[in-house]
Design a protein around this ligand. Structure first.
Ligand code: G3P
Ligand code: MG
Length: 496
């Protein structure tokens, strides 16, 4: 399992210091040949978040000693160690004004200069009528949930039944009849956000908006500002090409394009006429691929690993060449997430992108004699949680008309080495459920959930709601309790 160790944190911190030093040499220029162009801190461009794990491959941990090359060269402690930071989009999603408004400042809504006066909604009228509810409404708006998806709400395409009910409660079927903020934070990947949200909405029978949704490669859209020609790996068919196009990447190559150009590059690949017809071959000996982005799980390890290895060992991403210096001429490689395992419909979890990465790291080290430096996005990376803050803040404005991060955030996950360690490090409350990867005892020994272990997501949500809103908090909307909100439950929830 990818784990954060003190060593990793120290490495990252040291490298960050070296990075700053290397960026400010005598003539003010970056002295490294592969420097990433870093936008200035001028409110424009991506935010660079220091990596919370070492950028150096983890292969050694998983290899027999005899496999490790004794000739490991000194690593670059420089800008070339691109793993020192992970760019994420600077600007939050374009937010719209919510239909939920506060009637006056007494209910906690700050004045927003230049914005139109707010109008009371049925929710607020209700809270005025029932003063005891006001405090609960305030508290409900000061909490939020971040849901892992696989192993918490679904297994592949199969619903985990408690997930549907948990979301119904948060979407308004609760005693206040209000929406309690929640986002989805998944290491899942492989299709555009809109398509994935539509699919999830159907399975969960609850709305899942792209504005409250982060999958592993979502923050990697920031990388489009850094690289023009990229190899995008993983996913079904050409869906990840589509994802990359939506993120703004200008020149996207996928492995099929390369196989179509030179079938001998992948000797075990059976390349169908359909695949050939749908690919975009060109002469890759005349193109420099500037970076490799593994967006999703490889559907063909043999082909993808071969092509990635050829590129990593080439001169600056030019196929048909072999680098004289495997370090300084190596192009960067990014992975959208690091999970070793993923719960699916199969009876035991399946290998995920982390396993693919470990394999690549070991191969690279064995073939080149040096460790592979790489960047890994997704949970538990701090950059991903920081991006989640951005999305949650924006979602709060849509939901409650207030661009503010709630104080009490609950991460509900099934993977201690991903959801829980990341949430713990980020200061969130963490709930571990037993419906996915975690199959252990009272709590995970290495990365215990700080809010507890629950049989399923519904139990976790209900316990968190009771903690924040009182033991007597009702998990059903009842118009007799809240007379102003009488009428159809769904209608009330939709309005609020
Ligand atoms: O590990 C792969 C991915 O499917 C996990 O997704 O939702 O559990 O973060 P999730
Ligand atoms: Mg999960």
């Amino acid at each position: 399992m990818p784990m954060f160790e003190d060593y990793d944190i120290v490495q990252a911190a040291e490298k960050q210091v070296r990075k700053v030093a290397s960026m400010t040499n005598a003539n003010g220029a970056d002295s490294n040949s592969h420097s990433l162009p870093i936008p200035g801190d001028d409110g424009e461009g991506p935010i660079e978040v220091p990596a919370s794990r070492s950028s150096i491959s983890e292969a050694a941990k998983y290899m027999h000693n005899l496999s490790a090359s004794p000739s490991m060269k000194e690593r670059r402690g420089s800008r070339n160690s691109f793993g020192t930071s992970l760019p994420i989009p600077r600007s939050k999603r374009q937010s719209r004004l919510s239909s939920v408004h506060y009637p006056d400042e007494s209910l906690g809504r700050p004045t927003r200069p230049g914005m139109p006066p707010v109008q009371p909604s049925r929710a607020i009228l209700a809270s005025q009528v029932q003063s005891v509810e006001v405090e609960k409404v305030r508290k409900a708006k000061n909490m939020a949930f971040a849901f892992d998806i696989d192993g918490v709400l679904v297994h592949g395409d199969r619903l985990i039944p408690e997930g549907r009910r948990a979301l119904e409660i948060l979407n308004g079927d609760n005693e206040l009849g209000i929406k309690i903020p929640h986002i989805f934070l998944t290491n899942g990947s492989g299709k555009p956000e809109k398509a994935r949200c539509e699919q999830l909405s159907k399975i969960l029978n609850n709305p899942v908006d792209t504005e409250q949704f982060i999958q592993s490669h979502t923050p990697m859209s920031a990388l489009a500002e850094y690289y023009k020609t990229v190899l995008v790996v993983g996913g079904e068919g050409y869906k990840c090409r589509e994802v990359a196009e939506q993120y703004g990447f200008k020149d996207i190559v996928v492995p099929n394009d390369i196989v179509a150009s030179d079938p001998s590059i992948a000797p075990y690949r059976v390349f169908t006429p359909e695949e050939r017809a749908s690919s975009r071959p060109r002469d890759f000996t005349k193109t420099n691929i500037e970076a490799i982005m593994v967006f999703s799980d490889s559907r063909d390890y043999a082909t993808d690993m071969q092509i990635i290895m050829d590129l990593l060992r080439s001169e600056n991403g030019r196929l048909g060449t072999i680098a004289k210096d495997p370090v300084s001429q190596r192009i960067p490689i990014y992975f959208s997430q690091g999970d070793l395992l993923c719960p699916t419909e199969h009876w035991t979890p399946r290998m995920s992108q982390g396993a693919f990465r470990i394999g690549l790291e070991a191969m690279y080290r064995a073939l080149s004699g040096v460790d592979l430096e790489r960047v890994v996005y997704g949970k538990p990376e701090t950059a991903t949680y920081k991006y989640a803050d951005e999305v949650l803040t924006s979602w709060m404005e849509q939901l409650h008309g207030e661009e503010k991060l709630p104080e009490n955030i609950y991460m509900i996950g099934d993977n201690p080495a991903s959801d829980i360690i990341g949430g713990n490090m980020y200061g969130w409350n963490t709930c571990l459920v037993r419906t996915g990867v975690f199959q252990g005892g009272d709590n995970d020994e290495n990365n215990p959930a700080n809010f507890g272990v629950f049989p399923n997501v519904l139990e976790a949500v209900q316990t968190a709601l009771r903690k924040q809103l009182g033991d007597d908090f009702k998990m059903h909307f009842d118009e007799r309790i809240n007379p102003v909100l009488h009428g159809d439950k769904a209608d009330a929830a939709a309005i609020i």
